[in-house]
Write a protein that binds this ligand. Structure first.
Ligand SMILES: NC(=O)c1ccc[n+]([C@@H]2O[C@H](COP(=O)([O-])OP(=O)(O)OC[C@H]3O[C@@H](n4cnc5c(N)ncnc54)[C@H](OP(=O)(O)O)[C@@H]3O)[C@@H](O)[C@H]2O)c1
Length: 297
């Protein structure tokens, strides 16, 4: 297969690139950044796909600044919805498969139990709404050959993410306040990247005219941002106390759901996956970070 990966400078794009380098595959991957394929431009997208041919697109690019999206609605909508719609149309017309990444923020967080793929969506913020519009555009255009994977609380060895932020802050502060009344599941981008590569290799993915579907993937377990921060500090050995605070004590432009645990039963059964507990994946990721010496190394 000839495979395009968008968002190559982002967390997931970089994680997939690293995995592809480490693993032998007969597939050819092309990784593109905004420089090669700018999703804010209709003509750029059109021209790009007129001159490059693929069997599969893995769309890791997105407008991911949740708070900034509140004041940049048009840009978030362009990248997370309109460009996704255009890509889905191109994919359908050219018989290209599509793997697209979405978010737990399509849910409002009022559930007390893990969300299933067909549970009602009701995003609380612009980012979640634009991502949901992107999902719906794909499903209405591509009855076949598209997979949407909703994930949550993504972190990696790359870029800005919660792990990097807590590590940095905990090295320079003896106390940190972290929200303890929002619950979800951290997801190591390396694990999500591996799942995508496993799916691509599976017979179930490679059948012709496979009905388009949504799947959930995160690591195993549920925690609060406070629990997550505590674990990061404990693994790093930083001398810093984490204090639990309520959402009200940390105002943000975008409203966030209280609870976004997601059931992974569908993806794990269909593709025969074993999902790692979030604390184990966090330790693995932190071992790969250059500046950290975990206590339990
Ligand atoms: N991060 C999370 O916590 C989280 C949670 C749930 C779901 N997700 C979803 O998971 C996927 C991967 O997220 P991630 O954390 O890897 O995101 P990320 O690190 O923010 O990477 C997103 C990538 O999209 C690119 N991009 C943004 N605007 C673009 C444009 N106009 N044209 C082309 N590329 C553009 C960015 O390029 P630049 O580097 O040039 O800006 C960046 O490389 C996304 O679909 C996201 O919505 C993420």
């Amino acid at each position: 297969m000839f495979i395009l990966v968008t968002g190559a400078s982002g967390q997931l794009g970089k994680s997939i690139k690293k995995l592809v380098k480490q693993q032998k595959t007969s597939d050819s991957f092309v990784f593109v950044t905004r420089e090669h394929l700018d999703l804010s431009s209709f003509s750029n997208i059109k021209n790009f796909f007129e001159t490059h041919k693929f069997d599969l697109i893995i769309n890791c690019a997105a407008y991911t600044s949740v708070d900034k999206a509140e004041s940049n609605k048009a840009e978030a909508n362009m990248i997370n919805h309109i460009a996704v719609k255009q890509i889905a149309e191109i994919a359908k017309n050219n018989n290209i498969k599509l793997i697209h990444i979405s978010t737990d923020f399509v849910f409002d967080g009022s559930s007390l139990n893990p969300y299933f793929e067909n549970d009602a969506t009701s995003p609380l913020n612009t980012y979640g709404k634009t991502k949901l519009d992107g999902e719906n555009a794909i499903l209405s255009i591509m009855k076949f050959n598209a997979i949407i994977i909703r994930t949550s609380w993504l972190y990696s060895e790359y870029g800005n993410n919660f792990v990097a932020t807590i590590l940095k802050l905990s090295q320079n502060n003896s106390n940190l306040n972290v929200v303890s009344d929002q619950f979800g599941t951290p997801t190591y981008a390396g694990d999500l990247g591996q799942v995508i590569l496993d799916i691509i290799k599976s017979d179930k993915f490679n059948i012709l005219q496979k009905a388009s579907k949504i799947y959930h993937f995160s690591n195993k377990g549920v925690c609060s941002w406070y629990d997550f921060a505590n674990e990061i500090v404990s693994v790093s050995g930083a001398n810093c106390s984490i204090n639990p605070i309520n959402t009200d004590g940390y105002p943000t432009s975008a409203k966030r759901p209280k609870y976004t645990g997601m059931s992974k039963e569908k993806i794990s059964k269909e593709f025969d996956l074993k999902i790692t507990f979030w604390k184990d994946s966090l330790k693995f990721c932190m071992l790969n970070l250059p500046l950290i010496t975990p206590l339990n190394k």
